[in-house]
Design a protein around this ligand. Structure first.
Ligand SMILES: NC(=O)c1ccc[n+]([C@@H]2O[C@H](COP(=O)([O-])OP(=O)(O)OC[C@H]3O[C@@H](n4cnc5c(N)ncnc54)[C@H](OP(=O)(O)O)[C@@H]3O)[C@@H](O)[C@H]2O)c1
Length: 214
């Protein structure tokens, strides 16, 4: 059993909390407005869940998750995440996040932007290309034929392995895209972003993706 520390409790954060608890983990979940605003969600999640501040979630985490608008990543606590795997589910939308030049011109991925902020943490891009509801609706046991696959990208192999094991546990095969810089292959507007694909289909989609270059 591990503790999943969630920074963000919206569509994806709440779904990852449900998935983690269904597979035997504890969760500490946080948002921008304070733990008291999460009482209803924590009551639904049951005794394995606690609400906290983002710092509480980061401190408690064996695996942390940043699942906020990209515009919020500058406020994610840095020190308590040093040395930890940090799942980044985020996608960049300029209409929501404001224009970020390095993301607009493709010189950085949104996960690399989070990694730059979280010095010493091990960011792993994951769960960004699946619709929130599908995290529970499309979960299947390991070995199920035609199981859906989700991608990971990250620079630290141990962190990536820990996240891959979590993804497998909560119901999906895993495709390793390689280092964090390769995460663009499943960002919005790529063929792998959104559809239900097996590991072979997702690999094909990721390989056929084209990148905006600076
Ligand atoms: N929805 C999807 O199906 C989907 C799929 C894949 C990836 N994504 C990406 O995953 C990320 C999260 O998406 P979502 O749909 O879950 O968003 P959402 O429903 O809008 O939830 C965002 C969460 O982030 C919290 N938050 C905002 N600023 C924060 C801060 N400074 N510190 C701590 N928490 C903060 C919000 O808390 P408050 O409400 O208290 O402000 C809220 O709980 C986004 O980048 C999105 O593009 C979404």
């Amino acid at each position: 059993m591990t503790t999943i520390g969630l920074i963000g409790a919206g569509h994806i954060g709440s779904q990852l909390a449900r998935a983690a608890i269904a597979h035997g983990h504890d969760v500490v979940i946080s948002n921008s407005r304070g733990p008291e605003t999460l009482a209803e969600l924590v009551a639904e999640l049951g005794p394995a869940a606690k609400a906290g501040t983002p710092a509480d979630a980061a401190e408690a985490a064996d695996i942390a998750v940043v699942t906020t608008p990209v515009s919020a990543i500058g406020s994610v606590p840095v020190e308590p995440l040093v040395g930890k795997p940090v799942i980044d589910t985020n996608n960049y939308y300029s209409q929501r996040d404001g224009v970020i030049a390095e993301l607009e011109d493709g010189s950085l991925t949104s996960a690399e932007l989070l990694q730059r902020h979280l010095a010493g943490a091990h960011v792993v891009k994951a769960f960004n290309h699946i619709q929130a509801a599908a995290i529970t609706a499309e979960s299947q046991a390991a070995g199920t034929p035609d199981r859906r696959a989700l991608a990971v990208a990250g620079d630290d192999e141990a962190a990536k392995a820990a996240v891959a094991a979590f993804i497998d546990e909560v119901g999906f095969d895993v495709l390793d895209l390689g280092p964090l810089a390769e995460g663009w292959r499943v960002q919005p507007d790529t063929p792998g972003y959104g559809p239900r694909l097996t590991v072979d289909g997702l690999r094909e989609a990721a390989e056929s993706a084209t990148r905006k270059t600076p």
